[in-house]
Design a protein around this ligand. Structure first.
Ligand code: HEC
Length: 395
């Protein structure tokens, strides 16, 4: 069977898994943050119980209690939450390897940003993935990390640096996914390297008949709070590849940071609401940031096309044949592409007219051809855009 065809299936199935496990992980994570924030003082006077909550869901009443630091005896059955997180990372990392490392020349490298070989790009990407976690984790464990305000400022600095570097090394699309993958890796490593090992130590202490050290609870809680603020920005970065207007401009790293800010503010709003505070200023600022982006990222139309004559349709056809149809054809000739990407075929006149609006976005943002592999010139772009602006006439 054809390898590229199999890899399409692999990508689809792994993406499906990634969504499922991601939903399960973020669902439980949001649930427990909300639970923690909405505990009422305990009624039954057990000094070990920090708080409790009554809730109703799925046709039944639930009564949950949170112990500080732990109950007197280890319960017989204890539910852990870890595989959701681990599988989200395993599936996400596999996808990243399959697409962004496996096809680095197409997706990770853009010679117009930095002319590096695919191998170099993959090496830098891997180093950043591991390095991001190491630097963040060291900061959290250091003396410095005990001050939440300082640690948050450091975290923001780390994100700014990562966004700046990634956007100046990789293609815009690759950079957004790289930063998303780095952040997602930090989130899962928080679970695998801090939260779960800490919980294991707590359980082991109880099994040995000792009182667990409360520091593990504190550390786990700290990392889980970090994760909650990173969630919405990461989700945005994961869906961004489909929206070239976000990552194709020269200020893409600023766009990335603005979106991260908006996402964190929205999350903060919900956390505050759970604590009984209605901070509407948070979503208001987030909305203002997003509206600002919508306005700032508007494609420039007038000046670019001024003076460009609408070319005859035949000329548009020959541009598409030269620059697009190696991939976007019923039988692509481009190596590694077995079917027209996204079902977009740009061979027949009717196909060009049908896909005109989609072409406009891709051509104007220079998202297509990927990494400008077929060396489309600025003049050709202007011609195609002028043709689309004129209503994609068929003559
Ligand atoms: C080297 C192969 C290649 C060439 C050449 C190429 N494309 Fe693409 N195109 C792709 C791939 C791969 C995708 C799917 C991208 C993805 O997965 O998001 C794609 C997707 C698209 C889409 C759909 C975007 C979406 O997200 O729905 C459009 C429209 C498009 N290309 C237009 C063009 C145009 C116009 C040209 C020529 C100027 C062109 N492409 C040249 C590989 C190519």
């Amino acid at each position: 069977m054809d390898l590229a065809y199999l890899s399409d299936w692999a990508s689809l199935l792994i993406r499906w898994l990634h969504l499922i496990t991601g939903i399960a992980w973020i669902g439980t994570s949001f649930y427990f943050i909300g639970l923690d924030n909405q505990l009422d003082p305990p009624r039954d006077g057990n000094p070990r119980v920090k708080g409790e909550q009554w809730s109703i869901h799925g046709g039944g009443f639930y009564h949950k209690q949170k112990y500080l630091v732990a109950p007197e005896r280890l319960p017989e059955r204890l539910h852990w939450f870890k595989w959701e997180a681990y599988w989200t990372w395993i599936s996400g990392f596999s996808l990243f390897v399959l697409i962004y490392w496996g096809q680095a020349g197409t997706y990770l490298v853009d010679p117009a940003v930095l002319d590096i070989s695919p191998v170099t790009a993959v090496a830098i990407s891997a180093a950043m993935l591991a390095g991001g976690w190491v630097v963040y984790d060291l900061a959290c464990r250091s003396k410095f990390g005990e001050d939440e305000a300082k640690l948050s400022a450091f975290g923001v600095g780390l994100l700014v640096a990562s966004a700046f570097v990634a956007c100046h090394v990789f293609s815009g699309r690759g950079a957004f996914l790289q930063v998303g993958a780095m952040t997602g890796t930090i989130m899962v490593a928080n679970v695998a390297m801090v939260i779960i090992p800490g919980q294991r130590k707590m359980v082991a202490a109880m099994q040995a008949g000792q009182e667990p050290d409360p520091k593990y609870g504190r550390w786990g809680k700290q990392r889980s709070v970090h994760n909650t603020y990173l969630t919405l920005p990461v989700l945005f970065l994961m869906i961004s590849p489909h929206y070239p207007m976000t990552w194709s401009g020269p200020w893409n790293w600023v766009v990335l940071l603005a979106v991260a800010l908006a996402g964190a503010l929205v999350r903060q709003y919900f956390v505050q609401r759970q604590l009984g505070r209605n901070r509407v200023v948070l979503p208001a600022v987030a909305t203002a940031v997003v509206v600002g982006l919508v306005l700032a990222l508007q494609p420039k139309r007038g000046p670019d096309l001024a003076g460009v004559e609408v070319p005859p349709f035949a000329e548009v056809q020959s541009i598409a044949a030269a620059r697009c149809a190696s991939c976007h054809a019923a039988r692509p000739t481009q190596e590694g592409i077995t079917a027209p990407p996204k079902g977009v075929m740009l061979e027949q006149p009717a196909q060009l007219r049908r896909w005109a609006q989609a072409m406009r976005q891709q051509v104007a943002t220079e998202a297509m051809p990927p990494g400008n592999m077929t060396e489309m010139t600025a003049e050709e772009r202007a011609k195609v855009l002028a043709w689309i602006a004129a209503g994609a006439p068929d003559r």
